[in-house]
Design a protein around this ligand. Structure first.
Ligand code: 3PG
Length: 400
């Protein structure tokens, strides 16, 4: 990939695509960013560009407004948070492109920052419309892509613009993400332990299949969260009223068979914390061997599973964690996820965590600083680990 350091940005208009798709709460003027991890992650790139006297045009999508202006998805709260973090004013025009934006951008001086409105207010963004890409490209002299989290989307600001602006490069966050996640694909330090959780097998199936093909004897796949229920069912366990995806039973069996053929261990919960509903205020620990009663749902892994998972994780030389072990939003069912967060943080190997929920759990546990790399990518990091090509990365490599 071309280098960020070599890009000529001095007094030039630099369009920086970031992934500021952050969670918000509240409505109207009271909206605020509830987790600024993704904004903070882009600061090194933005600060470096400010120091190098670039004229900054920052752009991102926010939510899924589907090509229409949705007031509650305006970038206002993001501009506010970015301004606080950079301790600089941010100008936010009320459109993505147009004469007013062009004028504002052209009047911007070295070190000043314009944040464009939500890119997805324009239908051309997701459609990768060449006209919209051209309108963005016209705003700048150079382009930097720091939006690793959006690099799996072949959208205009991600793949169209670098094809039109010759002076382009990945930002520092993009480069750091590719370097860190690359350790899960090439020259893996083993044992490699992949800890996968979350609600749906279908979300993680691609990654599980890809991992079983890449892993070797002594590596392990640890599965928790509601998705573990379907794997347990595939092994004949009784799950009571727990969420299961029957349509994916055959796929789960395929994962077991592939793992067995390569001597890869698949570690599942041996006990579960169960409740009558997601918001139950007490948990009952049930051994998997005894089965979950009909009137109960598995909502977290149990204490014996926590200890098993922690012991496998602690032996890992490379550990990748994506997805919570239970309904951790409810403190009654948060113990499993917190135990995994602590085990990954305590592990002496190279540790990498991805996915909004796991990162939120790590932040809540206060152990985020003990992780080697926290990916800002959800879907993008999974696709990368699957070995799929990320269109945003390919677009940076070519046409330069
Ligand atoms: C994400 O949150 O994973 C990225 O910002 C991509 O968002 P999207 O799934 O709406 O394309």
């Amino acid at each position: 990939l071309p280098s960020f350091e070599d890009l000529d940005v001095d007094n030039r208009r630099v369009l920086v695509r970031v992934d500021f798709n952050v969670p918000l709460r509240g409505q109207g003027d009271a909206r605020e960013v509830t987790d600024d991890t993704r904004i903070r992650a882009a600061l090194p790139t933005l600060r470096a560009l400010i120091e190098r006297d670039a004229r900054l045009i920052v752009c991102s999508h926010l939510g899924r407004p589907k090509g229409k202006v949705v007031d509650d998805l305006s970038m206002g709260p993001v501009a506010g948070r970015l301004s606080e973090l950079l301790e600089r004013p941010i100008r936010l025009p009320d459109e993505v492109v147009g004469d007013g934006v062009t004028k504002l951008v052209n009047d911007t001086r070295a070190g000043e920052i314009v944040l464009l409105e939500n890119l997805r207010f324009e239908p051309g963004e997701e459609a990768n419309d060449p006209e919209f890409a051209k309108a963005l490209a016209k705003l700048c002299d150079a382009y930097v892509n720091d939006a690793f989290g959006a690099s799996h989307r072949a959208h205009a600001s991600v793949v169209g613009v670098p094809g039109l602006v010759r002076a382009h490069a990945p930002g520092l966050l993009m480069a750091a993400e590719l370097d860190a996640l690359g350790r899960l694909v090439d020259n893996i330090a083993r044992p490699f332990v992949a800890v996968v959780g979350g609600a749906k097998v279908s979300d993680k199936l691609g990654v599980l299949v890809a991992l079983t093909e890449r892993l070797q004897a002594d590596d392990a796949i640890v599965i928790g969260g509601a998705m573990a229920n379907t794997f347990l069912l595939a092994r004949g366990s009784v799950l009571g009223g727990s969420r299961v995806e029957r349509a994916l039973l055959a796929e789960c069996k395929r994962v077991f068979a592939k793992a067995a053929a390569r001597d890869v261990r698949v570690i599942l919960p041996v006990d579960l914390r169960c409740g009558a509903a997601l918001d139950s205020d007490d948990a009952q620990v049930v051994a998997v061997a005894d089965g979950v009663p009909d009137d109960a749902l598995a909502l977290d892994i149990g204490p014996r599973s926590e200890a098993n998972f922690a012991s496998v994780i602690s032996a890992g030389k490379t550990v990748f964690w994506n997805g919570p072990m239970g309904v951790f939003e409810n403190p009654v069912f948060a113990a499993g996820t917190m135990a995994v967060a602590a085990a990954v943080a305590d592990c002496g190997g190279y540790t990498l965590v991805g996915g909004g929920d796991s990162v939120a759990a790590l932040n809540a546990s206060g152990r985020a600083d003990d992780i080697n790399h926290i990916s800002t990518g959800g879907g993008a990091s999974l696709e990368f680990v699957e070995g799929r090509e990320l269109p945003g990365v390919t677009a940076l490599a070519s046409s330069n």
